[in-house]
Design a protein around this ligand. Structure first.
Ligand SMILES: Cc1cc2nc3c(=O)[nH]c(=O)nc-3n(C[C@H](O)[C@H](O)[C@H](O)COP(=O)(O)OP(=O)(O)OC[C@H]3O[C@@H](n4cnc5c(N)ncnc54)[C@H](O)[C@@H]3O)c2cc1C
Length: 462
C-alpha cells in the first residue's frame, strides 16, 4: 500500500489503529474459506480499525476519492470468502465498534455496534430475567454487522426465522462516506422502498453497517431435545415435513448422518447416545409450560415411530441437551480439515428427500464422499465435498455445479445462509437470470458508483 495512503488513514484513526506489516495483517487476509481462496495478490493490504462511525465515514470518503478498494471485516467466520481481499485493499475491521448500546426491555429490542460478537450479546442477555435472541450461526465469534449483511440463519430459524426477521434498524456508512439511518424500533414501516432490507444480506457491497437494532423475545421456561434415529436417510428426512404439518413449531429440526455425528463426538470428547440406526434427527423444543413440552415431545416421538424410527431419546437435563447440541455444533470444526468445501443449498422442505437422493446419486457417479448435516426444518442441507489424499478432487468444480443445478431443479437455492461472497460468484447464474444479475449490478452502482466496496463479492469486479 502506498505510504501516503497509510499516513492519511493514520490521521483519521490514529497511529495505533493501522496495521501494515504482513505479520500483523495476515490473520485478516482469510475467513473460514481459507482453503478455497489464496489472496497472495492482496498481501500488500493494510488493516484499519476505526473506533467511530464518523471515522468510517472519513475513511470511505478518502478511499472513494482515491479509488482504493475497501473490504469490510467482522469476525472472519464467513463461509464464502466475502471478507477476503483479492487485490491491495484497505481491510476495515469493525472490532473496535464493540459496545452494546441499549437493551430496551420495554420494546424488546437491543441496539449494538456492528463489532459486538454474538457471544457478547448472548452474555449480556443472561443478565436479564428472560430475554432471548434466537439467531445462532454456529460460531459465536461472528459479529452483529457480519450477521446482518450475511443474513445469518442457523438452527433456530424453524420457529424464529432468519436474521432478516430480527433486524429493525441500521446505521450504515455508504461507500461515498454519507451516514444513513434505516428503520428503527418499529414492527411496521412502509415509507418508500425498503432500503433496510436491501442492506440485510448485502454481503458488504452496499455499505458498512455500524449499528443495528435487533428484535428480542421473552425466553421460554422449559426446553427439551429429542434425538431420533432412523435406518435410512429417506425415513429420517421424510419425517421432517410431517412434524411441521402437525402444528407443533419446534425451535429447530436438525439432520445428521451418523458417521459425521461420531466424528464430531470424538472431536470434542463426547459420547453419541444413539447406537441403533444410521441417520439422526434432532428436534429442539421450548415451551412456557412443562406439560406442553412433554405433550409435544410425545406427539413428535409417536410421529417418528410411525415413520420407522428405530431409537428415540428425550433429553431433558441441561447436560444431556448440551451434549447433543455440542456434537451437532461441532460438525464443521470436526470435518473441515478434510473438506474441500461445505455447500449450503436449500430446497422446499417437502422436496428434501428427493433432492438428497439426487445428491447422493451424483456423489456416487463421481466416486465422491459427501457427508451431510443440516437445518432440515428449513430445507437447508450442508453437504461437504471431501478431499482425496489431502487434495481438492479433480471433479470438484463439476460436481459442485451439478449439485447446485440439482437444488435449482427442485426450486431451491445454491446458498441458503452462507452467501455468494467471492467463492460462488461464478455459480450465481445457475440460480439467477441475467436480468436479475444486471439489476444487482445496477443497484451496486447506485450505492457505490466507483466500485470500491468489497469488489468481486456477489458480482464480478467493476
Ligand atoms: C463453525 C461455523 C458454523 C457456521 N454456521 C452457520 C450457520 O448455521 N448459519 C449461518 O448463517 N452462518 C453460519 N456460519 C457462517 C458465519 O458465521 C456467518 O456468515 C456470519 O454471519 C459471519 O459473520 P462475521 O462477523 O464473521 O463476518 P465476516 O466473515 O467477517 O464477513 C462476512 C461478510 O460480511 C462483510 N462484513 C462484515 N462486517 C461488516 C460490516 N460491519 N458492514 C458491512 N459488511 C460487513 C464482509 O465484507 C464479508 O463479505 C458458520 C461459520 C462457522 C465458522
Amino acid at each position: 500500500m502506498r505510504a501516503e495512503v497509510i499516513e492519511s488513514l493514520k490521521q483519521i484513526v490514529g497511529e495505533d489503529w493501522v496495521l501494515t506489516s504482513l505479520d500483523q495483517t495476515k490473520g485478516y487476509l482469510y475467513d473460514e474459506t481459507e482453503e478455497l481462496m489464496r489472496p497472495e495478490a492482496a498481501e500488500d493490504s493494510i488493516v484499519v480499525k476505526p473506533g467511530t462511525t464518523e471515522e468510517i465515514a472519513e475513511i470511505m470518503k478518502y478511499a472513494n476519492k482515491e479509488l482504493i478498494p475497501v473490504v469490510p471485516r467482522g469476525g472472519g467466520t464467513g463461509l464464502c470468502g466475502g471478507a477476503i481481499p483479492t487485490e491491495t485493499s484497505i481491510i476495515l475491521s469493525d472490532e473496535r465498534l464493540n459496545k452494546i448500546i441499549e437493551i430496551d426491555e420495554e420494546n424488546l429490542m437491543a441496539t449494538c455496534e456492528a463489532g459486538v460478537t454474538l457471544a457478547d450479546l448472548l452474555e449480556k442477555l443472561r443478565e436479564y430475567d428472560n430475554l432471548f435472541f434466537p439467531i445462532h450461526p454456529g460460531d459465536e465469534g461472528a459479529h452483529i454487522g457480519g450477521m446482518v449483511v450475511e443474513n445469518a440463519g442457523g438452527a433456530k430459524a424453524v420457529r424464529h426465522g432468519i436474521m432478516r426477521n430480527h433486524v429493525k434498524g441500521l446505521e450504515v456508512v455508504l461507500p461515498t462516506g454519507e451516514i444513513v439511518n434505516l428503520g428503527g424500533k418499529l414492527i411496521k414501516n412502509n415509507s418508500g422502498l425498503d432500503l433496510l432490507h436491501l442492506m440485510i444480506g448485502s454481503e458488504g457491497i452496499l455499505g458498512i453497517v455500524t449499528k443495528a437494532t435487533l428484535k428480542l423475545y421473552p425466553e421460554s421456561k422449559y426446553s427439551g431435545t429429542l434425538l431420533i434415529s432412523f435406518d435410512n436417510r429417506r425415513d429420517a428426512i421424510g419425517v421432517v415435513p410431517k412434524i411441521l404439518q402437525s402444528g407443533i413449531i419446534p425451535l429447530a429440526i436438525e439432520y445428521m448422518e451418523r458417521d459425521i455425528a461420531l466424528e464430531s463426538a470424538a472431536h470434542i470428547g463426547e459420547k453419541w447416545p444413539a447406537e441403533e440406526g444410521s441417520v439422526d434427527v434432532i428436534v429442539m423444543l421450548s415451551e412456557n409450560k412443562e406439560d406442553d413440552l412433554y405433550e409435544k415431545s410425545e406427539v413428535i416421538a409417536e410421529l417418528c415411530e410411525e415413520h420407522n424410527a428405530v431409537y428415540t431419546m428425550i433429553a431433558e437435563t441441561t447436560k444431556e441437551q448440551r451434549s447433543i447440541l455440542a456434537v451437532r455444533s461441532n460438525v464443521y470444526t470436526a470435518v473441515v480439515h478434510d473438506a474441500a468445501d461445505a455447500l449450503d443449498m436449500a430446497v422446499p422442505v417437502a422436496s428434501i428427500a428427493d433432492f438428497m437422493n439426487d445428491i447422493f446419486a451424483l456423489a456416487e457417479k463421481y466416486g465422491a464422499r459427501t457427508p451431510s448435516v443440516g437445518h432440515a426444518g428449513d430445507g437447508n442441507i450442508h453437504n461437504f465435498i471431501m478431499r482425496e489424499n489431502g487434495e481438492r478432487p479433480s471433479y470438484f468444480d463439476e460436481l459442485k455445479e451439478a449439485m447446485y443445478k440439482t437444488a435449482v431443479k427442485y426450486g431451491g437455492t445454491i446458498t441458503a445462509e452462507h452467501g455468494i461472497g467471492k467463492t460462488r460468484v461464478s455459480n450465481l447464474a445457475i440460480q439467477l437470470s441475467q436480468k436479475e444479475i444486471e439489476l444487482i449490478k445496477g443497484i451496486k452502482k447506485v450505492f457505490d458508483p466507483n466500485g470500491i466496496l468489497n469488489p468481486g463479492t456477489i458480482v464480478n469486479k467493476r
